[in-house]
Structure formats: structure tokens, C-alpha cells
Design a protein around this ligand. Structure first.
Ligand SMILES: Cc1cc2nc3c(=O)[nH]c(=O)nc-3n(C[C@H](O)[C@H](O)[C@H](O)COP(=O)(O)OP(=O)(O)OC[C@H]3O[C@@H](n4cnc5c(N)ncnc54)[C@H](O)[C@@H]3O)c2cc1C
Length: 259
């Protein structure tokens, strides 16, 4: 079973995110990057499936040169090979542009299953996987908290507010995994050494047959109009218990009409 993992590589959690006021986009170039923890869960799920059923995992990312560190991390975890869609012409791509580039690269591969995280941890629009499924003509199975494969059939437990739905489809299919589906493994020294020798294929937009009307800033139909900070929260009320703490809390909640 060949599995493709769409893994975003994002600014490291230690980075204070800055927004370019002119483009209103996140400043990504030159900041430390890491494999998105949500993508690591998708990869872990793919690795577990191939360990059980055989086959190989390919990781694909669209990102700038700084993304290589995250790709190597994915290879060190156990992915067999990787694809890096890397081209300055892709800068400013919106979600659909991203999905088009990923779909064009995936079409070059032979695969049974595509796994994405339900949302990335930096932009988290949660739109890319649905668009990708549409462009690839695959059944989308979303918010999986458990995945099982039997012959050509895939079944997921789809997380819901009250429990889960059982959803099944014929493969090839696309699955998005819910956060917390698993605890991703840490790369071991052997894996880190092996990762250095594994292939990272690189594609440009032109290699994928994509022009400026489809990807990059000129192809983006989504525009970021404004960016703002959430309103500052009011300071809380501190209640000092001098024997009547309980009454004060009750009075405060009554004032708020909570009780
Ligand atoms: C006007 C505009 C300009 C932008 N310019 C840039 C830019 O220059 N550079 C930039 O990096 N972003 C840019 N973005 C953000 C970019 O569009 C989104 O990061 C991208 O579309 C993915 O959206 P998301 O992170 O919300 O994905 P989600 O839909 O939340 O992602 C869900 C899952 O889809 C898969 N996925 C998503 N993105 C990728 C990826 N890149 N590679 C592999 N798998 C992926 C992963 O499995 C991910 O977990 C721009 C956005 C807008 C609106």
C-alpha cells in the first residue's frame, strides 16, 4: 500500500510570528522551521498502516527552502522518500493554489491513500484537504480518530461531538486525521542517519504544469484584507476569602446572571 502524506512545514513553535504589513502574510523566510505537529500525526498514522499492511510512505510538502529541515525530520521518522514543491513563483499561493500544486505532484505518483491533517497548526483554514480530494477525484474521509484498512476498503471512526461515525470508502481515498489520533514517534539515531541518504524530489510550478494564473500571488483568488489582534481581555476579579469567599463568588456569578 502506497501512502502519500501531505505534511506542512511551519515556523517553529519557538518563533514569534510576524506579519509582513505589505502582503499581510506571515513572514516565513529566514525563521526556524519544523514539521507541523499535526502533520507528524498524519505521518505516524501512515507509518503504522504500512508497518501493518506493507508498502511505503511518501511525504509531500509545498514550502520554501527552510522547509527542508521538516522534510528530513519526516524521513527520519520513517517516510521512504519525499517530494518538495519549491519555487519562488509559488509565494503568495492561497489555499486553492496550494491544493492545485499538491494535486499535480500527487498525480505523478502511484498511491492508494492520501493522508492530511484536518488543519495545519499555523494557518489552519482546514480547506486544503477538501480541495485536494476534489482535484484528485477522491472520496474525502474527514476527522479520523481511528483508521482501519482491509483489502481495498478503508474505514474510519469519524470524530463527532457525541462520539464517532463509522465511514468507509474504496481506495484510493483521502483521509484527514483529527488532532490527538496518535502520539507521533521520535526519530531515532538510525532513522536520522538513514534520512540523510533518502531522496527528496523537487518540483517547480512549471514542472507541475502550473502557470501564474493558477498559483502564486497572481493566481490567488483569496485576498487577506486586514489582520488584527483580538481585543484585550478585561482583568479578572480577585476575591480574597475572609470568611465570606463563597458568598462573594455566588454574588459575582449572580451579577453575571450565570446562576
Ligand atoms: C493571499 C494569501 C497569500 C499567501 N501567501 C503564502 C506564502 O507566500 N507562503 C505560504 O507558505 N503560505 C501563504 N499563504 C497561506 C497559504 O495559502 C496556506 O498556508 C495554505 O493554503 C494552506 O492553508 P492552511 O495552512 O490553512 O491549510 P489547512 O487546510 O489548514 O491544512 C490542512 C492540511 O492540508 C495539508 N497542507 C496544507 N498546506 C500544505 C502544504 N503547503 N504542504 C503540504 N501539505 C499541506 C496538510 O496535511 C495540512 O495539515 C497565503 C494565503 C493567502 C490567503
Amino acid at each position: 500500500m502506497n501512502i502519500i502524506i501531505c505534511a506542512k512545514v511551519i515556523p517553529a513553535s519557538s518563533v514569534t510570528i510576524e506579519i509582513n504589513p505589505a502582503t499581510k502574510c506571515m513572514v516565513r523566510k529566514g525563521v526556524p522551521h519544523e514539521l507541523d505537529p499535526a502533520a507528524a500525526c498524519a505521518l505516524e498514522e501512515g507509518l503504522r498502516l504500512t508497518e501493518k499492511h506493507g508498502g511505503a510512505v511518501t511525504v509531500i510538502t509545498m514550502g520554501i527552502g527552510d522547509a527542508t529541515i521538516g522534510i528530513r525530520n519526516a524521513l527520519a521518522m520513517g517516510a521512504a522518500n519525499a517530494i518538495h514543491i519549491l519555487d519562488d513563483a509559488l509565494a503568495g499561493s492561497d489555499a486553492l493554489g496550494t491544493a492545485k500544486a499538491l494535486a499535480a505532484a500527487i498525480k505523478k505518483e502511484s498511491f492508494d491513500l492520501v493522508i492530511c491533517a484536518a488543519e495545519s497548526s499555523d494557518s489552519y483554514s482546514g480547506i486544503v484537504p477538501g480541495q485536494l480530494a476534489q482535484l484528485l477525484g477522491l472520496s474525502p474521509l474527514t476527522f479520523a480518530k481511528e483508521i482501519a484498512v482491509e483489502a481495498k476498503k478503508i474505514t474510519i471512526k469519524r470524530q463527532t461531538e457525541s462520539g464517532y461515525d463509522l465511514v468507509e470508502a474504496e481506495m484510493p481515498a483521502l483521509v484527514t486525521v483529527a488532532s490527538g489520533i496518535n502520539e507521533p514517534r521520535y526519530p531515532q539515531l538510525k532513522g536520522i542517519m538513514a534520512a540523510k541518504k533518502k531522496e527528496i524530489k523537487q518540483w517547480t510550478a512549471a514542472d507541475l504544469g502550473l502557470g501564474p494564473d493558477q498559483v502564486g500571488a497572481s493566481g490567488a483568488k483569496e485576498k487577506v484584507l486586514a489582520i488584527g489582534r483580538p481585543a484585550a481581555r478585561k482583568a479578572g476579579k480577585v476575591i480574597t476569602d475572609e470568611g465570606d469567599g463563597g458568598k462573594q463568588v455566588a454574588d459575582f456569578l449572580a451579577e453575571l446572571k450565570v446562576i
